[in-house]
Unconditional design. Structure first.
Length: 313
Protein backbone atom coordinates (compact mmCIF):
# COMPACT_ATOMS: atom_id res chain seq x y z
CA UNK A 1 0.00 0.00 0.00
CA UNK A 2 1.42 3.37 -1.02
CA UNK A 3 2.11 5.99 1.64
CA UNK A 4 -0.20 8.94 2.05
CA UNK A 5 0.82 12.59 1.93
CA UNK A 6 -1.03 15.53 3.44
CA UNK A 7 -0.57 18.85 1.63
CA UNK A 8 -1.75 21.70 3.85
CA UNK A 9 -2.03 25.45 3.48
CA UNK A 10 -2.29 27.55 6.65
CA UNK A 11 -4.37 30.56 5.66
CA UNK A 12 -6.83 33.22 6.76
CA UNK A 13 -10.55 32.56 7.32
CA UNK A 14 -11.28 35.09 4.55
CA UNK A 15 -9.23 33.12 2.02
CA UNK A 16 -10.28 29.64 3.18
CA UNK A 17 -12.75 28.90 0.39
CA UNK A 18 -10.61 30.39 -2.37
CA UNK A 19 -7.60 28.40 -1.17
CA UNK A 20 -9.73 25.23 -0.98
CA UNK A 21 -10.77 25.58 -4.60
CA UNK A 22 -7.24 26.41 -5.72
CA UNK A 23 -5.64 23.55 -3.79
CA UNK A 24 -8.16 21.05 -5.15
CA UNK A 25 -7.38 22.18 -8.68
CA UNK A 26 -3.60 22.13 -8.16
CA UNK A 27 -3.53 18.68 -6.56
CA UNK A 28 -6.26 17.07 -8.63
CA UNK A 29 -8.09 15.99 -5.47
CA UNK A 30 -10.93 17.71 -3.57
CA UNK A 31 -9.77 19.70 -0.54
CA UNK A 32 -11.13 20.04 2.98
CA UNK A 33 -10.86 22.94 5.41
CA UNK A 34 -10.68 23.12 9.19
CA UNK A 35 -11.09 26.35 11.19
CA UNK A 36 -9.49 26.45 14.64
CA UNK A 37 -11.66 28.52 16.99
CA UNK A 38 -8.79 29.03 19.45
CA UNK A 39 -6.21 30.32 16.98
CA UNK A 40 -8.75 31.83 14.54
CA UNK A 41 -6.76 30.28 11.70
CA UNK A 42 -7.80 28.00 8.85
CA UNK A 43 -5.99 24.98 7.48
CA UNK A 44 -6.87 23.63 4.03
CA UNK A 45 -5.64 20.13 3.15
CA UNK A 46 -5.65 17.50 0.45
CA UNK A 47 -4.50 13.90 0.74
CA UNK A 48 -2.61 12.17 -2.06
CA UNK A 49 -0.90 8.84 -2.52
CA UNK A 50 2.87 9.28 -2.86
CA UNK A 51 4.16 9.43 -6.41
CA UNK A 52 0.98 10.92 -7.88
CA UNK A 53 2.68 14.28 -8.43
CA UNK A 54 6.20 15.57 -7.67
CA UNK A 55 6.35 17.72 -4.54
CA UNK A 56 8.32 20.47 -6.30
CA UNK A 57 5.79 20.65 -9.13
CA UNK A 58 2.89 20.77 -6.68
CA UNK A 59 4.52 23.50 -4.59
CA UNK A 60 4.96 25.68 -7.68
CA UNK A 61 1.34 25.16 -8.74
CA UNK A 62 0.13 26.07 -5.24
CA UNK A 63 2.38 29.16 -5.13
CA UNK A 64 0.98 30.34 -8.48
CA UNK A 65 -2.55 29.77 -7.20
CA UNK A 66 -1.89 31.73 -4.01
CA UNK A 67 -0.50 34.63 -6.06
CA UNK A 68 -3.69 34.65 -8.15
CA UNK A 69 -5.85 34.81 -5.01
CA UNK A 70 -3.70 37.65 -3.67
CA UNK A 71 -4.20 39.48 -6.98
CA UNK A 72 -7.96 39.45 -6.27
CA UNK A 73 -7.24 41.39 -3.07
CA UNK A 74 -7.69 38.45 -0.70
CA UNK A 75 -4.78 38.09 1.77
CA UNK A 76 -3.82 34.43 2.11
CA UNK A 77 -1.13 34.64 4.81
CA UNK A 78 -1.78 34.76 8.55
CA UNK A 79 1.27 37.01 8.94
CA UNK A 80 3.40 38.84 6.39
CA UNK A 81 3.49 37.34 2.92
CA UNK A 82 1.48 34.48 1.45
CA UNK A 83 0.09 31.40 3.17
CA UNK A 84 2.45 28.70 4.44
CA UNK A 85 2.47 25.34 2.61
CA UNK A 86 3.50 22.04 4.25
CA UNK A 87 3.78 18.53 2.80
CA UNK A 88 4.05 15.65 5.30
CA UNK A 89 3.63 11.88 5.31
CA UNK A 90 0.76 10.56 7.47
CA UNK A 91 -0.52 7.16 8.50
CA UNK A 92 -3.80 6.19 6.88
CA UNK A 93 -5.23 5.33 10.31
CA UNK A 94 -4.46 8.84 11.62
CA UNK A 95 -5.98 10.39 8.50
CA UNK A 96 -9.19 8.38 8.80
CA UNK A 97 -9.64 9.12 12.51
CA UNK A 98 -9.11 12.86 12.03
CA UNK A 99 -12.23 13.05 9.84
CA UNK A 100 -14.34 11.51 12.61
CA UNK A 101 -13.47 14.48 14.80
CA UNK A 102 -14.13 17.19 12.23
CA UNK A 103 -16.80 15.98 9.78
CA UNK A 104 -20.31 16.46 11.19
CA UNK A 105 -23.78 15.80 9.69
CA UNK A 106 -25.50 18.63 7.82
CA UNK A 107 -29.17 19.24 7.05
CA UNK A 108 -30.73 20.82 3.97
CA UNK A 109 -34.28 21.78 4.88
CA UNK A 110 -37.23 22.43 2.57
CA UNK A 111 -40.10 24.84 3.12
CA UNK A 112 -42.61 23.87 5.79
CA UNK A 113 -45.48 24.52 3.38
CA UNK A 114 -44.09 22.12 0.80
CA UNK A 115 -43.42 19.53 3.52
CA UNK A 116 -47.08 19.31 4.49
CA UNK A 117 -48.21 18.70 0.90
CA UNK A 118 -45.42 16.32 -0.06
CA UNK A 119 -45.74 12.69 1.04
CA UNK A 120 -42.24 11.86 -0.18
CA UNK A 121 -38.87 13.24 0.88
CA UNK A 122 -38.65 17.02 1.08
CA UNK A 123 -35.32 17.63 2.85
CA UNK A 124 -31.87 16.08 3.23
CA UNK A 125 -29.63 14.75 5.98
CA UNK A 126 -26.03 14.28 4.81
CA UNK A 127 -23.87 12.38 7.26
CA UNK A 128 -20.84 10.08 7.54
CA UNK A 129 -21.44 6.38 8.14
CA UNK A 130 -20.27 6.58 11.77
CA UNK A 131 -22.86 9.23 12.72
CA UNK A 132 -25.86 8.01 14.73
CA UNK A 133 -28.01 11.02 13.91
CA UNK A 134 -31.52 9.97 12.88
CA UNK A 135 -33.40 11.61 10.00
CA UNK A 136 -36.49 13.68 10.68
CA UNK A 137 -39.80 12.81 9.06
CA UNK A 138 -39.60 13.26 5.28
CA UNK A 139 -35.81 13.60 5.35
CA UNK A 140 -33.76 11.61 2.81
CA UNK A 141 -30.42 10.35 4.11
CA UNK A 142 -27.22 10.59 2.07
CA UNK A 143 -24.28 8.64 3.52
CA UNK A 144 -20.96 10.09 2.43
CA UNK A 145 -17.65 9.40 4.12
CA UNK A 146 -14.73 11.70 3.38
CA UNK A 147 -12.06 9.99 1.31
CA UNK A 148 -9.08 10.89 -0.82
CA UNK A 149 -11.65 12.46 -3.14
CA UNK A 150 -13.47 14.74 -0.73
CA UNK A 151 -16.89 16.16 -1.44
CA UNK A 152 -19.41 16.03 1.38
CA UNK A 153 -21.51 19.17 0.85
CA UNK A 154 -19.63 21.35 3.34
CA UNK A 155 -18.32 23.77 0.70
CA UNK A 156 -20.63 26.79 0.13
CA UNK A 157 -20.96 26.12 -3.60
CA UNK A 158 -22.03 22.49 -3.09
CA UNK A 159 -24.37 23.54 -0.29
CA UNK A 160 -26.09 26.03 -2.61
CA UNK A 161 -26.66 23.28 -5.20
CA UNK A 162 -28.16 21.01 -2.54
CA UNK A 163 -30.54 23.77 -1.43
CA UNK A 164 -31.63 24.25 -5.04
CA UNK A 165 -32.39 20.53 -5.35
CA UNK A 166 -34.75 20.78 -2.39
CA UNK A 167 -36.23 24.06 -3.61
CA UNK A 168 -37.10 22.60 -7.02
CA UNK A 169 -39.23 19.82 -5.54
CA UNK A 170 -42.94 19.94 -6.35
CA UNK A 171 -45.52 17.56 -4.85
CA UNK A 172 -46.74 15.07 -7.44
CA UNK A 173 -44.25 16.24 -10.10
CA UNK A 174 -41.20 14.19 -11.10
CA UNK A 175 -38.32 16.26 -12.42
CA UNK A 176 -35.13 15.25 -14.21
CA UNK A 177 -31.62 16.20 -13.06
CA UNK A 178 -28.14 16.49 -14.59
CA UNK A 179 -24.94 16.95 -12.56
CA UNK A 180 -22.07 18.38 -14.62
CA UNK A 181 -18.73 17.75 -12.86
CA UNK A 182 -20.13 15.33 -10.29
CA UNK A 183 -17.00 14.91 -8.12
CA UNK A 184 -18.02 12.69 -5.19
CA UNK A 185 -21.49 12.18 -6.68
CA UNK A 186 -23.22 13.92 -3.77
CA UNK A 187 -25.66 15.95 -5.91
CA UNK A 188 -26.69 12.98 -8.05
CA UNK A 189 -27.21 10.82 -4.95
CA UNK A 190 -29.28 13.53 -3.25
CA UNK A 191 -31.38 14.02 -6.40
CA UNK A 192 -32.10 10.30 -6.69
CA UNK A 193 -33.03 10.10 -3.00
CA UNK A 194 -35.40 13.07 -3.38
CA UNK A 195 -37.19 11.43 -6.30
CA UNK A 196 -35.71 13.15 -9.35
CA UNK A 197 -35.80 10.96 -12.47
CA UNK A 198 -33.98 10.42 -14.66
CA UNK A 199 -30.75 11.41 -12.92
CA UNK A 200 -27.53 11.65 -14.91
CA UNK A 201 -24.05 12.71 -13.80
CA UNK A 202 -20.64 12.94 -15.40
CA UNK A 203 -17.08 14.03 -14.76
CA UNK A 204 -13.99 14.13 -16.97
CA UNK A 205 -11.77 12.68 -14.20
CA UNK A 206 -11.84 8.85 -14.05
CA UNK A 207 -10.77 8.92 -10.38
CA UNK A 208 -13.74 11.13 -9.45
CA UNK A 209 -16.12 8.90 -11.39
CA UNK A 210 -14.75 5.85 -9.56
CA UNK A 211 -15.35 7.51 -6.18
CA UNK A 212 -18.79 8.73 -7.26
CA UNK A 213 -19.70 5.21 -8.39
CA UNK A 214 -18.69 3.79 -5.00
CA UNK A 215 -20.77 6.41 -3.18
CA UNK A 216 -23.77 5.85 -5.46
CA UNK A 217 -23.68 2.10 -4.77
CA UNK A 218 -23.26 2.62 -1.01
CA UNK A 219 -26.41 4.76 -1.02
CA UNK A 220 -28.42 2.17 -2.93
CA UNK A 221 -29.25 4.39 -5.92
CA UNK A 222 -27.09 2.76 -8.61
CA UNK A 223 -30.22 1.81 -10.57
CA UNK A 224 -31.43 5.41 -10.50
CA UNK A 225 -28.26 7.27 -11.55
CA UNK A 226 -26.58 7.11 -14.95
CA UNK A 227 -22.90 7.92 -14.32
CA UNK A 228 -20.37 8.40 -17.11
CA UNK A 229 -16.89 9.73 -17.83
CA UNK A 230 -17.46 12.73 -20.10
CA UNK A 231 -15.88 16.09 -20.86
CA UNK A 232 -18.15 19.15 -21.09
CA UNK A 233 -15.75 20.70 -23.62
CA UNK A 234 -16.60 17.86 -26.01
CA UNK A 235 -20.36 17.83 -25.44
CA UNK A 236 -22.90 18.65 -28.15
CA UNK A 237 -24.05 22.24 -28.60
CA UNK A 238 -27.43 21.16 -30.00
CA UNK A 239 -29.66 18.14 -29.52
CA UNK A 240 -29.47 15.45 -26.86
CA UNK A 241 -31.46 14.92 -23.66
CA UNK A 242 -32.47 18.00 -21.70
CA UNK A 243 -33.23 18.25 -17.99
CA UNK A 244 -35.52 20.20 -15.67
CA UNK A 245 -32.61 21.00 -13.32
CA UNK A 246 -28.95 21.18 -14.31
CA UNK A 247 -26.12 21.86 -11.83
CA UNK A 248 -22.69 22.89 -13.07
CA UNK A 249 -20.23 23.37 -10.21
CA UNK A 250 -17.20 24.45 -12.25
CA UNK A 251 -14.61 27.18 -12.46
CA UNK A 252 -15.82 30.51 -13.87
CA UNK A 253 -13.68 30.42 -17.01
CA UNK A 254 -15.04 26.99 -17.93
CA UNK A 255 -18.64 28.05 -17.25
CA UNK A 256 -18.20 30.98 -19.63
CA UNK A 257 -16.26 29.09 -22.29
CA UNK A 258 -18.73 26.17 -22.44
CA UNK A 259 -21.98 28.08 -21.84
CA UNK A 260 -23.59 26.90 -25.10
CA UNK A 261 -22.96 23.25 -24.29
CA UNK A 262 -24.23 23.73 -20.72
CA UNK A 263 -27.38 25.65 -21.68
CA UNK A 264 -28.14 23.06 -24.37
CA UNK A 265 -28.85 20.53 -21.60
CA UNK A 266 -31.53 22.67 -19.89
CA UNK A 267 -35.19 22.16 -20.78
CA UNK A 268 -37.27 25.20 -21.76
CA UNK A 269 -38.70 26.37 -18.45
CA UNK A 270 -35.96 24.53 -16.57
CA UNK A 271 -33.43 25.77 -14.02
CA UNK A 272 -29.66 26.04 -14.35
CA UNK A 273 -27.55 26.26 -11.17
CA UNK A 274 -24.04 27.64 -11.57
CA UNK A 275 -21.60 27.35 -8.69
CA UNK A 276 -17.87 27.27 -7.97
CA UNK A 277 -17.56 30.97 -8.83
CA UNK A 278 -15.48 33.57 -7.00
CA UNK A 279 -17.71 36.55 -6.16
CA UNK A 280 -15.36 38.85 -8.10
CA UNK A 281 -15.95 36.76 -11.23
CA UNK A 282 -19.71 36.26 -10.90
CA UNK A 283 -20.69 39.39 -12.85
CA UNK A 284 -18.84 38.17 -15.93
CA UNK A 285 -20.55 34.77 -15.68
CA UNK A 286 -23.97 36.37 -15.26
CA UNK A 287 -23.44 38.56 -18.35
CA UNK A 288 -22.33 35.56 -20.40
CA UNK A 289 -25.50 33.64 -19.55
CA UNK A 290 -27.70 36.68 -20.06
CA UNK A 291 -26.49 36.48 -23.65
CA UNK A 292 -27.96 32.96 -23.70
CA UNK A 293 -31.38 34.35 -22.61
CA UNK A 294 -30.99 33.20 -19.01
CA UNK A 295 -31.75 35.52 -16.10
CA UNK A 296 -30.61 35.23 -12.51
CA UNK A 297 -33.49 33.99 -10.32
CA UNK A 298 -31.71 33.65 -6.97
CA UNK A 299 -28.19 33.99 -5.68
CA UNK A 300 -26.15 33.52 -2.53
CA UNK A 301 -22.83 34.99 -1.46
CA UNK A 302 -20.81 33.19 1.19
CA UNK A 303 -17.32 34.42 1.97
CA UNK A 304 -15.50 34.73 -1.40
CA UNK A 305 -17.99 32.58 -3.30
CA UNK A 306 -21.17 33.39 -5.15
CA UNK A 307 -23.57 30.90 -6.73
CA UNK A 308 -26.73 31.47 -8.75
CA UNK A 309 -29.86 29.78 -10.09
CA UNK A 310 -30.87 30.87 -13.59
CA UNK A 311 -34.01 30.44 -15.66
CA UNK A 312 -35.00 31.35 -19.23
CA UNK A 313 -36.50 34.78 -19.96
Amino acid sequence: MKSLWRISVATTPEAEDAVSEMLASAAGAPASAYFDLKTQKSRVSVYLESGKIAAAVLREKIAAGLRRIEDFGIPTGTGKGMARVTIVQVKREDWAESWKRHFKPMEIKGSSAGSKRNRGFHSLLIKPSWSRKKPASGQAVVILDPGLSFGTGQHPTTSFCLHQLVRCLKPGVTRSFLDIGTGSGILAIAAAKLGFAPVEAFDFDPASVRVASENIHKNGVAAKVMLTISDITKARTTGGRQFDLVCANLMANLLIQERRRIVNRVKPGGTLVLAGILAAEFGEVERAYAGMKLRLRSSRVEKEWRSGAFCFD
